[in-house]
Ligand binder design. Structure first.
Ligand SMILES: Cc1ncc(COP(=O)(O)O)c(C=O)c1O
Length: 386
């Protein structure tokens, strides 16, 4: 018997729910990865990804692997042993990038902020100015905390130092407009399971000409799987075999990209903003508080602090077992203190907010606290309207 997954509403940090069209696309019969029809689809996917990233970069393609594979591809091509790289670290994914950079032999300088706080551009500027710096790396939407990084000042710092600007866009891509070319971002990676609402397994990556030049000039070739020159051989005009492209995953991504194009990125971004505001409006009625003020927060993921006495494990277990809802737990220093609600892509809908607030209210009540669940739902509906 094939596995039949239970019905779970995915309101965690990813994967997000997929549409039926995306699931159907993934189940279509296979084509060869060098079949002309499939190659046409690949071209279309690359073009649509350029639009979402806000770039003309010829090297814009889905790496076979999750967001972490995209991160490894960026690191492997843009950094070499001995390079000084400044990394903004204010969450688990900044830590991950710093660790990946250290493993390539880079000299990593971490500029830290508390989990839940924003990075300080003045501290980053000082770190970059302290010595010749090859690259500056930050996370745009830090999914472990829900903090959105203001890219404008950081892009200016990287530009004036002549450093490559490397960006984790795993959670922001397709949930808000990105303008990588305007900002001068040299390399970015994302994932398919967040605001794109495709299954996990692909990582859209884009590299500027400057990043490609750095890759070509490395003393040692990058690892075979992530070598930008070899990947260009397949995704570019040559169509040379490099690896067997994950055909079904590309079908699903193409369908997800079509849905984004049909909705339009500005409308999609607006939808994410409005449902996040609705969720926030309901929280005080349940004795809950967002970790990050709305002005600094990611619209696609909201980190919520537990009131004293509410047990994280029991709360999340109740949501999953009684209400069929998945939310995320806290990571790193926030473990046990917060839970994380993703309203991403296909999941960013008002009905999911009201369902979630209703279930949160019941799960908190179950732990002996009084809440106004009806008031929370009413506030969410009013906020969405206004
Ligand atoms: C901001 C950020 N970066 C990187 C990753 C790693 O992506 P993946 O889990 O797809 O490898 C994630 C995953 O949640 C993320 O949220």
């Amino acid at each position: 018997m094939p596995f039949e997954p239970p019905d779970v509403l995915l309101l965690g940090p990813g994967p997000s729910p997929t549409s039926e069209a995306v699931r159907r696309a993934q189940a279509a019969p296979l084509l060869g990865h060098l079949d002309p029809s499939f190659l046409g689809l690949l071209d279309q996917v690359q073009q649509q990804l350029r639009a979402l990233f806000g770039t003309q970069n010829r090297f814009t393609l889905p790496i076979a692997g999750t967001g972490t594979a995209g991160m490894e591809a960026v690191v492997a091509n843009c950094v070499e042993p001995g390079d000084r790289v400044v990394v903004g670290v204010h969450g688990v994914f900044g830590q991950r990038m710093a660790e990946a950079l250290r493993r390539t032999g880079a000299q990593v300088v971490e500029v830290r902020a508390d989990f839940g706080a924003s990075l300080d551009p003045a501290a980053i500027a000082a770190a970059v100015a302290a010595a010749p710096t090859a690259a500056l790396a930050v996370v745009h939407a830090e999914t472990s905390t829900g903090v959105l990084t203001d890219l404008e000042p950081l892009a200016a710092i990287a530009r004036s130092a002549g450093a490559l600007f490397l960006l984790d866009c795993v959670t922001s891509l397709a949930g808000m407009p990105l303008e990588l070319d305007r900002l001068g971002v040299d390399a970015a990676f994302s994932g398919t399971q967040k605001c794109l609402s495709a299954p996990p397994g692909l990582s859209p990556v884009t590299l500027s000409e400057r990043a490609l030049a750095k890759s070509a000039a490395r003393a040692q070739r990058p690892p075979f799987y992530f070598d930008a020159a070899l990947l260009t051989g397949y995704f570019g005009a040559d169509r040379a075999y490099h690896h067997t492209a994950p055909v079904s995953m590309i079908y699903a991504l193409a369908a997800a990209l079509d849905e984004v194009a049909a909705e339009g990125l500005p409308s999609r971004a607006d939808r994410h903003r409005r449902v996040a505001a609705s969720l926030r409006a309901g929280l005080p009625h349940l004795g809950l508080q967002a970790l990050v003020p709305a002005a600094q927060a990611t619209p696609m993921l909201t980190t919520i602090c537990y009131p004293a006495g509410v047990d994280d494990k029991a709360f999340r277990a109740r949501l999953r077992q009684h209400h069929g809802i998945e939310v995320g737990g806290g990571l790193g220093t926030l473990a046990g203190k917060v839970f994380r609600v993703g309203l991403m892509g296909h999941g960013a809908r008002l009905e999911n907010v009201t369902t979630a607030l209703g279930a949160f209210g019941l799960a908190i009540e179950q732990q002996g606290r009084e809440v106004d669940t009806e008031g929370a739902i009413r506030a969410a509906l009013v906020a969405h309207d206004g």
